[in-house]
Design a protein around this ligand. Structure first.
Ligand SMILES: Cc1cc2nc3c(=O)[nH]c(=O)nc-3n(C[C@H](O)[C@H](O)[C@H](O)COP(=O)(O)O)c2cc1C
Length: 337
């Protein structure tokens, strides 16, 4: 099974549409929906997942799971149930993002309790900060699981830990014993951020202590990375993040490999076509500055995989409007190599 990672500010419905066009992914996940202490209006769910109007599937038919981020047990449960009532095929809870704290900045900054825990009384927070408190994770997920209709899978996405990996197994067990159906593990701690390497072998260690399906994630940029990650993590299920954004052809390449077929690298020319498609999509509703920002952001990820993206970035960053961008890219895209 191959999944597309949730990526806030990067993988929105436009990007999901593009990246699932080749049908290489089995599912994708929305950007996180932030939950404080209340039930969010239905429009918040539709905004984060416009595909909800298409039975929670991208135009090519790939299911889109909804991700929630928060710690308020009642509010998270209510929102998970609302997602299910609106037809979400699965609800995912985020224990990976660096930190989300509302009204808590003061207490976070102002010190720690005697047991060195961040003082979080009465505050709203979520993401990887919870990895310091497996009991709290267990309570949250148990509550959601009990309230959510049985046919809707509840999944979780965690890092290996907050500052260190000492609670990695405990957190995975806390998640499993809450009745969670599937766990995705980004093989780095919050402190490790996005710095390579991802510790895939650590996922294999966690897997020895849980029985639920585990998805391995982190630092997969190429088919060879994918093969190595599967080997080291001992996982059949994999999630691609930035690697899929940098090379939208990666999922297809992996799918063909899994089916015993060869697939060559897709050329820079294909990426230019993708960029034109994205400019057209974004400019339907987006302001010029937003279109330019999104395109720049995407090309900066492509630099990881395509040398051509470096030169392109230098030239294209001066272009301000979608028309200027399109006029610049079109002749390059139609140039046969
Ligand atoms: C820009 C960006 C936004 C992200 N947003 C989310 C998010 O909303 N929810 C989440 O669980 N993880 C989020 N992540 C983490 C990714 O899902 C993934 O775990 C991480 O990028 C590691 O995978 P990769 O090395 O293949 O990119 C984000 C990562 C990036 C780079």
């Amino acid at each position: 099974m191959l999944a597309l990672a949730p990526m806030e500010g990067l993988v929105d419905h436009h990007m999901r549409e593009l990246l699932t066009q080749g049908n290489g992914f089995d599912h994708c996940v929305t950007e996180f929906l932030r939950v404080t202490n209340q039930l969010l209006p239905e429009r918040a769910f539709h905004r984060i997942c416009p595909e909800s109007a298409n039975h929670w599937k991208t135009p090519s038919g790939t299911p889109v799971h909804l991700q929630l981020l928060g710690n308020d047990v009642a509010a998270m449960t209510d929102n998970a149930c609302r997602a299910a009532a609106l037809g979400a095929p699965a609800v995912d809870v985020n224990f990976g993002c660096p930190m989300f704290v509302r009204n808590a900045q003061k207490s976070i900054n102002s010190g720690r309790n005697a047991d060195n825990k961040v003082n979080r009384c009465g505050e709203s927070y979520g993401g990887s900060i919870l990895l310091q408190y497996p009991d709290e994770i267990h309570q949250l997920m148990s509550h959601i699981r009990k309230a959510l209709p049985a046919h809707v899978p509840l999944t979780a996405k965690m890092r290996l830990g907050y500052e260190d990996k000492s609670l990695a197994i405990e957190n995975a067990q806390a998640i499993e014993s809450a009745g969670v159906n599937q766990l995705c593990i980004h093989a780095r701690t919050k402190t490790e951020g996005y710095k390579p390497p991802a510790h895939w072998h650590y996922i294999a260690r966690i897997k020895q202590h849980v029985h639920m399906p585990v998805i391995a994630n982190g630092e997969i940029w190429t088919l060879d990375d994918y093969k190595l990650c599967k080997q080291e993590s001992e996982c059949e299920h994999i999630m691609l993040g930035r690697g899929a954004v940098a090379n939208p052809n990666l999922a297809k390449q992996i799918q063909l490999f899994e089916n015993g077929l060869q697939h060559s690298e897709s050329p820079w020319q294909d990426r230019l076509q993708d960029l034109i498609w994205m400019i057209d999509e974004l400019s339907i509703n987006g302001k010029d500055i937003q279109v330019q920002g999104k395109i720049k952001q995407w090309v900066s990820f492509m630099k990881f995989r395509y040398q051509e993206a470096n030169e392109f970035f230098k030239l294209a960053k001066k272009l301000k409007t979608p028309n200027e961008l399109r006029d610049f890219i079109s002749p390059l895209a139609s140039n046969k190599q």
